[in-house]
Design a protein around this ligand. Sequence first.
Ligand code: SF4
Length: 361
Amino acid sequence: MTDLLARAEQDPASLTRTDLVRLLSVADGAPFAALEAAARRVREAHTGKAVYLRGLIEMGNRCAKDCRYCGLRRSNRALHRYTIPEADCLRMARWARDHGYGSIVLQSGELESEENTARIERILRALRAEDGEQLGITLSLGEQTPEVYRRWREAGADRYLLRIETSDPRLYAALHPADHSFTRRLDCLRALRTLGYQVGTGVMIGLPGQTLEQLADDLLFFRREEIDMIGMGPWLPHRAAPLGQGTELTPTFCARQLGLGLRMIAAARLLLPTCNIAAATALQALQDDGRERGLRAGANVVMPNITDRLYRADYQLYENKPCIGEDPLKCRGCLEARIRLAGCTVAWHTPGTPKHYQEAQ
Ligand code: SF4
């Protein structure tokens, strides 16, 4: 393992699928500590100790899709559905900007309609009219046509997050109903790159039946598709979703999912030194300091939820989501302290464009 870590630090391009599986299966204790330490050294060499904040605005929970793992799926008729009015979205975005968040993420369920496209366009144009190009604006609004992506890019969005969820088409088919297409999602990611977005994707980690080889392939997928931002997190069950029905959040389950999630972050950092990698909120759902542990494993982005508290309980892709009742101002202070404890510093007022993207320009 010592030799593998040394080679990974010096020559990430040499890492193979077999190497990645070895990294993902590293034992707890000293071997895992060595993996994390190597990932931290790589992060600090390429992106420093700075952690970028993305203020997350969950704009609405209506979704046309029916993903088998998600609490927002259209079949969940018990869920109270909401769409935040444009003026309130703008107020939350301004709050983020005025409190030093260098970027925001506008996220919602997937809706393909002219009404939705035009609404997002208006919000983007209003934000850009106020701030020029200061604020990084990420959209996370699912699969759309290239034309819609183009309109949103021209209206001011500069980043797009679209999780592939798994790079294995067969596993993808098992996670989604037959009318959801892996090929379309891949085409969307490629269209986003062509349009000049900073492109983010990610996967679920620790899915029922998923192998370490599939996870290694996910990491190689990020490299092959020239992904700039990685937002991946441990899979967590939701009682309104069919996948993993009956799975309990036992201490053993949580420890396994957290351990695998951290190993994926560390391996991703070694393989892709210049990408932005998020410490997902799902890590915190598994353990109170899960996000800080993600930073210690090599991540450099966190996405604090700045959505009005009124809406947050209705936006749960998985259950046990942390900070649902927290005030954004309190979260802000708590988060800075947590980030410092992880040995990092908050990069306030900084959009945090991934070095991977900058180098490709
Ligand atoms: S994962 Fe996304 S697209 Fe799928 S049901 Fe949930 S919100 Fe909709």
